[in-house]
Ligand binder design. Structure first.
Ligand code: NAP
Length: 297
């Protein structure tokens, strides 16, 4: 018999992921802080719980897809949190991008309830969540991972077991370190090229076809020239992730000077009101510093 699943956090990513679990035939109980976001899931057959505690009590596997570390902690350990209702033997899967050390600490707390935890953050944005083509990177005990593998297969196209608790999150943070720093590099290269008088369409073509071939230039170069900042991955999440990376590196006694500088630029962009825009919007801060805008083309 398939496990009963609980799903908490029906935002940009969580809602389509929960829908995919329903479509696959799982029995689903959902909860979201803003209750209106659960209405569509209810129509599709989900039970809408009144609290995370109720989700825990109705589920054998509870998935969290909320924003950040404090929210995950509150939803698990708060007065009406998942742990107040959970049955021994249940699994809690945190798919949010949070601090790896917090994931390890929470896993210890969860063990005292006779339950297990996996961290399973995702690579890919909303479109991949809708199309169930996410890449899922998992940390935790291998046997628990194997128990949950069928669920991951419904949500994503590629699933990687990365090792003990926290390792899924470290993997995700390494990936986003590259995405953030390369986004900044792409912004600088385009402004540099424009200042030098290059044809930016040609420059992008050369870099994609015969040069550095970064995925970020391929995906973001043309949309930057079109001044299209429609959100694929929001800038506020990139800033959060860069902050998580600096904090996690600090815990390991490691300095990441370039990442830290790029984090600050994303921080300035967020303060400037660009948090809900795509993370490529960081170029607008570079344009201010350069005293020029990318020409549309
Ligand atoms: P989102 O659209 O902002 O949704 C966040 C969810 O968290 C909402 O359901 C929100 O509830 C809930 N939440 C926030 N604070 C809460 C609190 N204090 N108590 C209870 N619920 C709370 O975020 P998202 O884009 O789906 O991202 C979710 C996670 O996935 C993040 O960790 C993000 O870094 C990661 N991620 C996102 C993407 C992406 O492209 N968006 C890609 C990969 C990974 P309300 O509806 O009430 O606000």
């Amino acid at each position: 018999m398939e496990e009963k699943i609980g799903f908490i956090g029906l935002g940009t990513m969580g809602k389509p992921m929960a829908k995919n679990l329903l479509k696959a035939g799982y029995t689903l109980t959902v909860f979201n802080r803003s209750t209106f976001k659960a209405a569509e899931l209810k129509e599709l057959g989900a039970v809408v719980a009144e609290s995370p505690k109720e989700v825990g009590s109705r589920s054998q596997v509870t998935i969290l897809m909320v924003s950040d570390t404090p929210e995950v902690e509150e939803i698990l350990t708060g007065k009406d949190g998942v742990l107040a209702g959970v049955h021994p033997g249940s699994v809690i899967i945190v798919m949010s991008t949070i601090l790896p050390s917090a994931s390890r600490r929470l896993a210890q707390v969860i063990k005292t309830y006779g339950c297990e935890m996996l961290d399973a953050p995702v690579l890919g944005s909303r479109r991949a969540a809708v199309n169930a083509t996410l890449t899922i990177v998992v940390g935790g005990e291998k046997a628990v991972y194997e128990r949950c593998y069928g669920i991951f297969q419904v949500l994503g196209r590629q699933v990687f077991y990365m090792g003990p608790q926290g390792m899924g999150l470290y993997t995700k943070l390494c990936n986003n370190l590259i995405s953030g720093v390369v986004m900044q590099a792409v912004s600088e290269a385009l402004l540099f090229g424009q200042k030098a008088g290059l044809d930016l369409q040609e420059l992008i073509k050369v870099i994609i076809q015969g040069g550095d071939r970064t995925l970020t230039m391929e995906a973001k170069g043309p949309s930057l020239l079109a001044r299209n900042f429609d959100t694929h991955f929001p800038l506020k999440h990139m800033y959060k992730d860069l902050w998580l990376i600096s904090t996690a590196a600090g815990e390991l006694g490691l300095a990441l000077p370039v990442t830290t500088l790029v984090r600050e630029l994303f921080g300035v962009a967020k303060v400037a009101g660009l948090g809900e825009k795509d993370f490529s919007g960081v170029i607008m801060i570079m344009e201010k510093l350069a005293g020029t805008r990318l020409k549309e083309g």
